[in-house]
Design a protein around this ligand. Structure first.
Ligand code: CO8
Length: 255
C-alpha cells in the first residue's frame, strides 16, 4: 500500500501523507515515493504548485523512530541517512505545507522545507528529538533558527516542547492560521493562485527568497536583481506588464 496519495487538479498537485497507523512518520519508503512522484512533476511546466499535507490528526509526527532505532552511527553515516530530503527541499516548483495536528521533528522539518506553511488551528509544531537522545536531523537546527530566531529555536530544541498554531504564526514559522475545516480549501486556493502565474517567475521568486537564508544582504540583493533582469527575457513579463497597462487579466504561458 502506498504511503502517499497524489491528486492533481489542473496545475496544482496535492500530496497527502498516508501512514495513519504511525501518525505519518517519515521513513525511507515515504521519501522514495515522494521523490519518485515529485521529481518528474517538478519538471512538468503544467504543474504550477505543490501542496503537501497529512491527516487531521498529524501532518507528520517525525522521522520513523522504529526505522532509526536500531541503526548504528556507521549505518547512518554510510547511508547518509536523511540526505534524500535535500532533493525534496530543492524541488523548484513552489510548495505549500498544509498542516493540521502534529508536525513534530522531521514533520516540522518537512513543513519548513516547503516554501510556506498554512496551519489549521489544531496544528502543533515542535522539535522534540532531544527527548530521544538526538537532535533535529533534517535541517531543523538551521531552518527553525532562520525562521523564528535563535532564542525561540533554542527554547523549542532544548526543551522539546510543542507550540500551537498561533504561537507558530507569531514566531514566523507559519504564514496563515485557519479553522481546521478550511485548511484544504485555503491551501488549494493559495496554490491555484500561485499556479496561475508564470512558472519561470514563481520558480525564481522562491529561489531569490531562499537565497536570503544562504548569503549576506548585498549578495542576496544582487542575486535578486540579476534574476529580475533575466525575467525580462520571458513572454510572461511582456504579457504581465502589457495586461496591466491594458487593464485586462494576464494570460501567462510559462515561458
Ligand atoms: N515514529 C514512529 N512511530 C511513531 C512516531 C514516530 N515519529 N510517532 C508516533 N508513532 C506511532 C506510535 O508509536 C503509535 O504506534 P502504536 O499504535 O503501534 O503504539 C502511533 O504512532 C500513535 O502514536 P501515540 O499512541 O503515541 O499517539 P498519541 O496521540 O498518544 O501521541 C505524539 C502523539 C505526541 C505525536 C507521540 O506519538 C509522539 O511523541 N511521537 C514522537 C514524536 C517525536 O519524537 N518525533 C521526532 C522523531 S525524531 C525526528 O523526527 C528526527 C530525528 C533526527 C535524527 C537525526 C539522525 C541523523
Amino acid at each position: 500500500m502506498p504511503t502517499i496519495t497524489i491528486d492533481r487538479d489542473d496545475r496544482v498537485v496535492t500530496v497527502t501523507l498516508n501512514r495513519p497507523e504511525v501518525l505519518n512518520a517519515l521513513n525511507g519508503e515515504v521519501l522514495g515515493e515522494l521523490l519518485d512522484a515529485l521529481v518528474p512533476l517538478d519538471a512538468d511546466p503544467g504543474v504550477g504548485c505543490l501542496v503537501i499535507t497529512g491527516s487531521d490528526r498529524a501532518f507528520a509526527a517525525g522521522a520513523d523512530i522504529r526505522e532509526m532505532s536500531t541503526k548504528s552511527s556507521v549505518d547512518m553515516l554510510t547511508e547518509d541517512y536523511f540526505a534524500g530530503w535535500d532533493t525534496f527541499a530543492a524541488l523548484r516548483t513552489p510548495k505549500i505545507a498544509a498542516v493540521a495536528g502534529y508536525a513534530l521533528g522531521g514533520g516540522c522539518e518537512l513543513a519548513m522545507m516547503c516554501d510556506f506553511v498554512i496551519a489549521a488551528d489544531t496544528a502543533k509544531f515542535g522539535q522534540p528529538e532531544i527527548k530521544l537522545g538526538v537532535i533535529p536531523g533534517i535541517g531543523g537546527t538551521q531552518r527553525l533558527t532562520a525562521l523564528v530566531g535563535k532564542s525561540k529555536a533554542m527554547d523549542l530544541i532544548l526543551t522539546g516542547r510543542l507550540m500551537d498554531a498561533r504561537e507558530a504564526e507569531r514566531a514566523g514559522l507559519v504564514a496563515r492560521v485557519v479553522p481546521a475545516d478550511q485548511l484544504r480549501a485555503e491551501a488549494a486556493e493559495a496554490a491555484a493562485t500561485i499556479a496561475s502565474y508564470g512558472k519561470p517567475a514563481t520558480m525564481v521568486a522562491r529561489e531569490a527568497v531562499n537565497r536570503a537564508l544562504e548569503v549576506g544582504l548585498s549578495e542576496g540583493v544582487l542575486f535578486e536583481r540579476r534574476t529580475f533582469h533575466a525575467l525580462f527575457a520571458t513572454d510572461d513579463q511582456k504579457e504581465g506588464m502589457a495586461a496591466f497597462l491594458a487593464k485586462r487579466p494576464a494570460r501567462f504561458i510559462g515561458r
